[in-house]
Write a protein of this length. Structure first.
Length: 343
């Protein structure tokens, strides 16, 4: 994340991870977990600065909740902050899916296991119902805030996560297994934080009593995601996973560079038969790290600069970035940068 930040070398990297896990155990079992939560937050932030690939949506959510537990003045402030985190995630996840790319590409792929066993007529009806997904998530967010709708919203949230687990789980797509426990955790958190929580009014959730954890959660999960539409806030911090609204990065590389790549990267290279090969950064990240690549220009450029060390000439490696698709057109702006332009 920061130029010049010293990387943790072995065995310090393992010790940092072990310290994080120990602190999380303290959070889980200590009767007064505040200091354990502060320690867990500190170690998580060290690891986050080390590698932006760790800035996955679930990591961001969990660290924010740990930080709220560490700094909140009382349990009421903690609960209010955690409720805002969940409601904000549902809200922006739904808003981000209202685009033509989700409608025409991502949603048909998502429901493919179901559509494949339906007659053609029912398939078309299923595909036409794509808007149910974002509207359901937005309705859950609103329902979690309004006391009279809370229990119904919890049921809706649990049903949503069960459907997602069914579609992405081992009996269907069987892909991106790292989000399976996140979906399960979200369903449990929705029930724990909102079921029969009628004593907390909508104002208690939306209006912080003081500057603190609750106010910070409102800023980070309620307001800042709106800046993602202007490219001023990261996509993964704005509920954009599986929205169809993400940038995509790939490398065009020569045979010489391909031969010099480590095996973990080379197995994802696709020959285009024109003297240049393609390396999809999403595929590479999923294959080596089991998480999607972080979809921001600065990360794509950092990866490309690293691969450029294997090049003999500036044109041997070209970073190709497909920008966010237009909400109504789905068209992407494409930029290309060789090693000379990446310095």
């Amino acid at each position: 994340m920061l130029d010049g930040w010293p990387r943790l070398q072995a065995p310090l990297d393992v010790l940092a991870l072990a310290a994080l896990l120990a602190a999380l155990c303290g959070v889980a079992f200590a009767p007064r977990p505040r200091w354990w939560a502060a320690a867990a937050t500190a170690f998580a932030l060290i690891l986050a600065v080390e590698d932006q690939s760790r800035w996955q949506p679930w990591f961001y959510q969990y660290v924010a909740m740990l930080a709220a537990l560490a700094v909140a003045r009382d349990s009421g402030d903690t609960l209010a902050a955690w409720r805002v985190v969940l409601a904000g995630l549902y809200l922006w996840s739904g808003v981000q899916k209202i685009n033509v790319t989700f409608m025409t590409r991502l949603f048909p792929w998502l429901v493919e296991p179901v559509a494949g066993v339906l007659p053609a007529g029912l398939q078309q009806i299923l595909f036409a119902g794509w808007m149910v997904v974002p509207m359901m998530e937005i309705a859950v967010a609103v329902g979690l805030v309004v006391p009279r709708l809370r229990n119904a919203a919890v049921v809706g949230a649990i049903a949503t996560h069960l459907v997602v687990l069914g579609l992405l789980g081992p009996l269907a797509h069987g892909t991106n297994a790292v989000i399976w426990p996140w979906n399960a955790a979200m369903a449990v958190l929705a029930a724990l934080l909102f079921w029969n929580a009628g004593n907390a009014s909508a104002l208690d959730t939306l209006v912080p009593r003081r500057v603190g954890a609750h106010a910070a959660a409102l800023l980070l999960f309620g307001i800042m995601p709106a800046l993602s539409f202007a490219g001023r806030w990261d996509a993964y911090l704005s509920g954009e996973l599986y929205s169809g609204n993400l940038k995509v990065g790939a490398l065009s590389i020569t045979e010489t560079v391909t031969a010099r790549l480590p095996d973990a990267a080379r197995r994802h290279v696709v020959s285009r038969g024109t003297g240049a090969n393609a390396l999809d950064l999403w595929e590479w990240s999923m294959g080596e790290l089991s998480v999607p690549s972080y979809p921001e220009d600065r990360v794509f450029r950092a990866v490309a600069r690293d691969v450029c060390r294997l090049a003999d000439n500036p044109g041997d490696v070209v970073l190709v970035v497909f920008g966010r698709p237009g909400l109504l057109t789905g068209q992407r702006e494409i930029t290309r940068s060789d090693c000379g332009a990446l310095r």
